[in-house]
Structure formats: C-alpha cells, structure tokens
Design a protein around this ligand. Structure first.
Ligand code: FES
Length: 219
C-alpha cells in the first residue's frame, strides 16, 4: 500500500512531539501498523527515514516488541494471558477453547482474516484472571465458554464491549490510538474497580504503609 500524504503528515506530527526524532519511532510504528494491520518493510523504511535511524535499527525495534506484527493480524487481535496467575485460574483452557473454535494456533490468523490468536504474557490485570484481550481491550474473568461467546458475537457483527466498558473497535483502530492516544476515548469505561482496590483498602484499614525510602535514595 502506498503511504498517503495524510499518513506522512501524521508521522511528521509524531516526530515534532519529541526533542529528538528517534524518540518518535515506537508511536510511528504503531501508526504504520494501523494502515494494514502489520508493520511492512515499506513502513519500517519510512519510519526509519523520518526518525533519523537506520532501517536495521527500526527493524530491530519492530522485531523485538511483540506488539508489532510482521504479518497481517486481520480484523481482531485475540490475546489470551497464559502467565502464572491466569494459567493457574484457567488461561490455558481458555486458549485451548479459542484455538479449537478458530482453528488456528499461537500467532496465527484465521483464513478469513477475521481473527488473530496469540498467547500473551501478563497484562498486569491478574486481579481479574484469567484475562483475555480483544484488540488490547480487557475481557476480565473469562471462561472457555465466555471467551468463545465473545468471538461468536464479533463474528456475527454484534457490538461487543470490554468488561471494563469500551466498545471493541478493531485492531487497526486500536493501533491508531496507540500512536495518537488523544482519541477522546480515555474516559470510556471503568478502568479501576473495587476488586483492584481491595489491597489498598485492606492496607488502609490495618494502618499499613510502605517502608520509608532510605536517605539518599529518594527519587
Ligand atoms: S498473569 Fe495474566 S494478567 Fe497477570
């Protein structure tokens, strides 16, 4: 896909946000990924050129971080956390159910390009384990049946909401938000709930506090 003038202008805008152009490389790669659902060699070359780094350096970034994809993800990215907490509470069973439903394995897209399935690492959402993500929106406390139901509803074209509120869009829209977070959606949903604050509440009830930072180690 030829990169449009509008995309170049957005890349320029990202570069202008930082004191040094190379600091914009990661959001630039997300922006490029929002175009086709993958980071193409052409996209990497353009980002490298505009960020003032070599194509090898930009490729190193794009191949190191797992959120950058070198093959098309398709319409929806489905992530299933299989780290310790989620794994213990059923994450592997959720992954197996989705793999069977979609007919694909880890890091694979369905032939119709609708879904990409991926085992993902801890999303710092262990309070609601096992956790699944759809286009990086949280689906908390999933079960094999509820995970498959989410995929079924997306496939039928129904509007599906994250358990934290926001409506699921698609992978490319999320990628654009990762480049430009000021999309007006930050206030959607309830990112923090009682369960997440339980530890803090207990600590307050029991008069607990963090140990003082030793002199000379502040900040
Ligand atoms: S182990 Fe799954 S979110 Fe932390």
């Amino acid at each position: 896909m030829a990169i449009s003038e509008s995309t170049r202008e957005q890349l320029d805008e990202l570069v202008a946000r930082y004191p040094r152009p190379r600091s914009a490389l990661m959001p630039m790669l997300h922006l490029v990924q929002s175009l086709e659902g993958e980071v193409t060699p052409e996209g990497i070359a353009l980002c490298a050129d505009m960020a003032g780094v070599s194509a090898a350096e930009a490729t190193a970034v794009a191949s190191f971080y797992t959120m950058y994809k070198r093959r098309p993800v398709g319409r929806h990215h489905i992530g299933v956390c299989i780290n310790t907490m989620c794994g213990l509470l059923g994450g592997d069973a959720v992954y197996d159910a989705l793999s069977e439903r979609l007919g694909v394995g880890h890091d694979q897209a369905t032939p119709d390009g609708e879904f990409w399935l991926e085992r993902i690492e801890c999303q710092a959402a262990c309070t609601h384990a096992p956790v699944m993500t759809v286009d990086w929106e949280f689906m908390d406390d999933v079960t094999p049946a509820s995970a498959v139901d989410i995929v079924d509803r997306l496939q039928r074209g129904e509007t599906v909401h994250s358990t934290r509120g926001p409506a699921i869009r698609d992978f490319r829209a999320t990628e654009h938000s990762l480049a430009f977070p000021e999309d007006g959606l930050a206030a959607e949903g309830t990112p923090v709930d009682d369960k997440m604050l339980a530890g803090l509440r207990l600590a307050k009830e029991r008069g607990m506090s963090a140990p003082a930072v030793p002199a000379g180690q502040e900040g």
